[in-house]
Design a protein around this ligand. Sequence first.
Ligand code: ADP
Ligand code: MG
Length: 434
Amino acid sequence: MLIAQDIIRPIAKVQKKILLIDDDRFILHSLGEMLSMKGYQVIKAQSAEEGLQHFKRERPPIVMADIMMPDMDGLELLQKIRRINADTEVIMITAYDRADLAIEAMHLQAADFLAKPIRPQQLFTAIKRAEERIKNKIKTTQYISRLEEALEDRTQRLIQAEKQAAIGSRVAGIIHNLSTPLAVVSSRAEYLATKLKELKSMPQVEQNPTLQEDLDKRISEVNVILKNAQKIAAIIDTIMTKSYREHQEYLAPLDINQLVLDELEFFQSDLYFKHNIKLSKHLDPNLPKVKVIYSHLSQVLDNLLKNAIEAMYDSPTKELTITTGQDEQNVWIKVQDTGCGIPAKNLKKIFTPHFTTKHYQKPSQPSEKRERLQEGGIGLGLSASLSLIQWYGGTILVKSKLGEGSEFTVVIPKNPNPPPEIKAAPDIEAVAGR
Ligand SMILES: Nc1ncnc2c1ncn2[C@@H]1O[C@H](COP(=O)(O)OP(=O)(O)O)[C@@H](O)[C@H]1O
Ligand SMILES: [Mg+2]
């Protein structure tokens, strides 16, 4: 991904090639000598027509042309050259001090105008100015093309994010709709279990040990169905509760430990997380509630957990530790991972919007041995999280060791003081915790 430094960094270089056109051999020779001595490749032409042919072939960035030539007027030549390449710097020269021609040449966008006899200092000043203009043009072109590249890159990422958001809201709808058929499955399974139990206690069956054993097996199978239906119902409930709370936009006292538990429960629905990450929690039982907007803190925690998990894709040990705690002024949540860590040079950049080191990996790469492929990053998780926390007067601290892991600590004042435009919702005591 392109970042600001890449876009600004110039790599402008001007070719040291000059085309000299003058019907005066002496001028051609003396200017040619001066320029060659300064390391320029000089192409000489004794007529406008010859000069034009050389120009088409060699495409020099700078042309010096006499304004009065027998075969073509220098101004006409200037126009022809600029029609072929408008970026060419054309310096006009003449033996006469003709201000009228100079003005016309400038109108036709000649780069400069030199009157004979040309002194070396005049010559090189004019060439230096022309080179500066070329450099600036190259820089601008490079800058624009890098900007276009960055814009394209960002557009692709936003499209991706937009798609995911759309999928997310559709999935929430679909999950909600799963509740009804799931309720049918559960109630039929319960009915079946009741019927099987009734059957088991019928006198004829009670005396038949083979049938009893068979019925016990059936009952335990139905119970497996029931238990799993309950698990699915719990997952649906977690997702729906989270989805509902994400839309709450008011300040209310939040039990941060409960938020951590809810968030982890949500992540547990992801089988990769459940089966690959070793999770430890150390939650301070005396943590006071803080008055915040639920979705803000859940988003921050969500971003930190996702980053921690993604950082451990390639690590042999995948340990995630969540700790909550407090000091006199603040409560804090610490998310530690045993992932790739952050190089020192990146530590300053990770909170910058759009900074990401995550590149989309095609699933088809044959050398891919990872259990999970990296998705492309948008680079907004940390910057957005920091802004959210700073809004409450808090901050996010980071420590990291390359190859060993990272530690992000979210610090929130016990009495957060966000800007006054958002009021607490009336009658709302606690939001977290069901
Ligand atoms: N726990 C972590 N371990 C290693 N690197 C991290 C961690 N968290 C964040 N980073 C680095 O910070 C960058 C920015 O993170 P973030 O703002 O969440 O954007 P994204 O995850 O989309 O790249 C990541 O691309 C990564 O380089
Ligand atoms: Mg992220």
